[in-house]
Design a protein around this ligand. Sequence first.
Ligand code: ATP
Ligand code: MG
Length: 587
Amino acid sequence: MDIEKSEEVKTESVSFVEEILKNDLAEGKNGGRVQTRFPPEPNGYLHIGHAKAIAIDFGMAKKYGGVCNLRLDDTNPQKEDIEYVNAIKRDIEWLGFKWGKILYASDYFQQLWDLAVELIKQGKAYVDEQTSEQIAQQKGTPTQPGVESPYRNRPVEESLRLFNEMNSGNMEPGKMVLRAKIDMANPNMHFRDPIMYRVLNMPHWRTGNKWNAYPMYDYTHGQCDYWEGVTHSLCTLEFVSHRPLYDLFVDWAKQVGGDDKPLDDNRPRQIEFNKLNLTHILLSKRNLLILVKEGVVNGWDDPRMPTISGFRRRGYSPESILNFIDKIGYTKFDALNQMSLFESAVRDDLNKRAQRVSAVLDPVKLVLTNIPEGAVEEYEAVNNPENPEDGTHVIEFSRELWIERDDFMEDAPKKFFRLGPGKEVRLKNSYIIRCPEENFCKKDEAGNVVEIYAEVIPDTKTGQANSDMKIKGKTIHWVSCNHCIEAEVRNYDRLWMVENPRDEVAAYSKEQGKERIDIDDMRKFINPQSLEVKKAYVEKWLANAKPLDYLQFQRVGYYNVDLDSTPEHLVFNRTVGLKDTWAKINK
Ligand code: ATP
Ligand code: MG
């Protein structure tokens, strides 16, 4: 299915998430309020999957007059960093969203601790001194009940004392954990005495040395939502089975010092939707971090990365990302969306915004023998035929031009409608030219063509007497040798050679007997030629181009100006080709 077709079938239906939200509002839950949160862990840069979560978290709050807070889920100081917090903020803003407050899970560390102490006192939590292996062994399976820990019924005072020791800084990590006392036989594995706290003995970039024991995600998220007044806690499907535990911890938080509003109508409601998953890319920050650390890519915002900053640098607009996300929608089923569909949406978007320019990526010289040396003509080139308001810019024309090497063929077959002996083409914005039958090129000793010769056919420019002269040849692009700039062009190809790297790399890694995928597994699937750097000639007007400007190199592809680009050394990234050539090559 292509994007045009999917547009045709699109109706004004709202997502199932929005239906739930509307019903809750109609029933007057939470006093008619909508409050959401976007809760990334600051352990990496945001990726395109996060854009899907952002779009609905911020989008629903905005649409229903509510607020969406940015809550950084910073419960694991081993992996988190302020660099990531700043990158997360930048990316959300670039997508066009505004948060209410910036909050941190660490803002609630004291409250979570106090709650845990209270739960120990009520017999709902205990310190377990078993190793993580022992605890895992006792978990059982979904059809087999687990085994209760020998520490499960230890005296409250003992647990309280040990819990304090866990946070003292003198406790060895892994020696003990705090667990909720729920039900070791529950069919929901998350109820089998989940771990609430573990010892890390690490300073935290926000709370310093105050804490040495840190709360787990499941013991943190629901209570933060509840204390903050979140009404709808939107997340992805893997949390479905966590929801009963989320609700239970909220109940416990309410019992221990919550307000006296009835919880039924005033509790955060977790709603899960399907993750974004695209062909030919691998998400998950853990894996992306490996690519960065191992130098497979040049940082988190490398244009080959599926991060928001990578797509930005590659030349995708925020609108194209959000339109695509809107098109694929939110469901209850995992899906694998085609990258080509995303690229097609990006092409549609860039067609409307990209400025048309000329760049020759594989240059060979064309000499127009009937144009005098030193003569210069100036033309007004239209910046974007799709948007007349973008105006025009000046391009220079002269006797010597650069054209693409593959726009010329010495032994051209009949169906080759570009330059060759005796053939005619139009030069974009300029004359029709003709290549002679004899003496049409000069070669070097190795037999490579170094110069091509042609004559301009007079009065064939637009508006001139012979402008409608019929020719078989196409229009080719060019830049004037004396009026162009050398530039670096970075052409990107897919980073992954397989359609579904997430599953294929994982399967391979498992075959190797590993628990988690590593760089060696990844390398088996990484395209060794995902970046091609070229020297190109671009028209002089591009000296003024600013990083992230959207461009179309006519007949070549959509490009943008890289962040590394300076007026002295221009650098362009290929955003996407003009057509989907990749699908064809790989069939
Ligand atoms: P990763 O596994 O890539 O590290 P994560 O789920 O651990 O991602 P968080 O920072 O914890 O990332 O997630 C922030 C929010 O983004 C969560 O609500 C999460 O469900 C959502 N999210 C993460 N990945 C995707 C995805 N591929 N599609 C949609 N939402 C996602
Ligand atoms: Mg994570």
